[in-house]
Design a protein. Sequence first.
Length: 327
Amino acid sequence: MTKRDFISLLITVLLTTVSFAEAQQPGKISRIGILISTSPSMAAPRIQALQQGLHELGYIEGKNIIIEYRYAEGKLEPLPQLADELVRLKLDLIVTDTSRATQAAKDATKTIAVVFTSANDPVGDRQVASLARPGGNLTGFSLLALDLNAKRLELLKETVPKVTQIGFLTRMGAGTADERFKEAEVDAQRLGLRLHRLGAKGVDDLEGVFEAAKREGVQAMLAHPSTFVVTNRARIIELAVKHRLPVIYSGWESAAAGGLMSYGLDIVDNYRRAAIYVDKILKGTKPADLPVQQPMKFEFVINLKAARQIALTIPPNVLARADRVIR
């Protein structure tokens, strides 16, 4: 063997060894956190949509991605601590649900990417600079919550044509509730309706809130989108039946759980789409370069069983507009 042949053989062996070693090395395992304001059972359909979206993009939990879950169980107070816990794990990215959870993550880190799935008003809440150019380390999907209460009021008025007094149910002391009420009040006045602010400190206050609503002449109710309403929807639905009050909710889950009707975005679709942003960021795209996305799918759901429970007949023109009817 000549010296040239020996060197050529040595280079071939070295290159083969390096290639084999690289092939044996496992791929990078991404680590993300999910910060949820509600409980695991409440969030299950949404989390499953996110997991499905990630799976379709090639992520398999426990193999090439590790997911840390934190749930606040419907309470606001634990969110900052839970966000800090996730940051200390030195994750690649954090997914959040509500505006409160998003704010907790924003306060906890300026470097870890945050993808929010359901922010009420990310610009107004100063979580991003603008929808087109978020800036910073946050981006995600908004709820358009500012615009949808007007539509819900319209649907209530069409469903109960003689209604003049509508309750606005929310958690007492909620950060953005005052602003949202004032905006909804303007829409109510345009429709010839009077809006009553109904605030509850906790689930134990709800019975008294419904009793006070009846005393004030409230004829129907709008359950303002909030963690409080989602967490306590079973009790709210129960009291609505007891007091025979038509209530419109923001998410189809409430109608499916026995609520009269709901109008809002398909929040599960937001979680499914969030998987795309998670994938892009894990592959190197900066959150600042990903515009905040608006909802693409909206649903009007009517539960006829719930209507019968409060002796309410849904007008045919309203029934015809429903995307889904639960019988």
